[in-house]
Design a protein around this ligand. Sequence first.
Ligand SMILES: [Zn+2]
Length: 462
Amino acid sequence: MSILIKNGTVITAQDNYVADVYIEKDRIATIGADLKITADKVIDAKGKYVIPGGIDVHTHLDMPFGGTTSSDDFETGTRAAAFGGTTCLIDFAIQAKGTKMRDALDLWWKKGENRATIDYGLHMIITDLPDAHLEDMNDMVREGVTSFKLFMAYPGVLMVDDATIFKAMRQTAQNGALVCMHAENGSVIDVIVRKTLAEGKTAPIYHGLSRPTTAEGEAVNRAIALAEMAGAPVYIVHLSSNDALQKVAEARDRGIPAYAETCPQYLFLSIEDLERPNFEGAKYVFTPPLREKWHQDKLWEGLRTNNLQVVSTDHCPFCFKEQKEMGRDDFTKIPNGGPGIENRLQLLFDGGVNKKRLSVNRWVELVSTTPAKMFGLFPRKGTIAVGSDADMVIWDPNVEHVISAQTHHMRVDYSMFEGFKVKGNAETVLSRGEIIVDKGKFLGKAGRGHFVKRDSYAGAWG
Ligand SMILES: [Zn+2]
């Protein structure tokens, strides 16, 4: 199968030019002006952008949490991602305490195979790390799992101590993997949560109020200090507040390889959403929580100045009915997470490019190129270049779209962005040279997505 995309405006992190792109089998074969090549299929992309497919490096499909499971599996979640112009994601396998990381990898491979409709990689969440298991980390790197996530929050469940984090970072300093940190001071938050509940405060808003921005700033600062001592880079996941951003910025000003992502929910929503009546605030319960509105401008500024390098979603959907409702009488029992895998490119394009906060190149960089570089997928993915995978999106910058649970493809009964009007949407989506979405129709199939082995010593070291 060969495809010729004619007359589109090719946009990468650096470039912006009108060209034809010729795809042979699963890769980009030729880029040029007015190509005279015969192809099985010709697409006219005049007036449209031709961009590398989005890469979402933070998703939780089919993930057990608090006695339930996130409502999208690898089939429904990757299909929804594709509709929104995302053609690769990195999900998280979770090492169960006392077991080998390989057991978790096998389990998550099973969740993905026969289901994924786009390519996917995996990070490994480390929940315990006796010295005898340090070699496990090298084993993962050999399998292409070149990033590890550790938690400074959720004591008794996922939280690890500073010694564990330091040991893991020292190991990555040698094997070229990247440590991703959930940075919130979980021990302190736990004390605040228990006091809040003891006072009879059980509504969703207390989820937000019991996790102060200072607890995030402190943990980010500590994570960076540990990384500095270990001689390793560190990547802060789902950074939500100015307190945390300032710690990253200070470290970067000193030349420390500290990196961070934020997510659309922190750019577009605020703590007021947690106060919605009739328990609807539960739809906005995730961690870190939504912040006061003024943090949004600071995060946009961070995206502009490159103190934030990536926008991911932390897609972790739970239905309002039956799942979020588990916490009706106790906010700590509300499953933490929200849906967003489908809306990332739309929201960032509309709020970023249309609102003149980001250039169109910076938009591509934040949603595709830097994620690929940071996590060992570049230049196979994350750009439009000869030899790269033909993971591409033909993006219509002018089409208007209203985000709604009525029309989205995520398997969840609400949208965090219900009623948001955005201009710009994916029209045609290609994954390794196959058209998987075209004008609102899904043409891919479950199981066609491959697990991707990622390189070590990737962008964070460059
Ligand atoms: Zn997450």
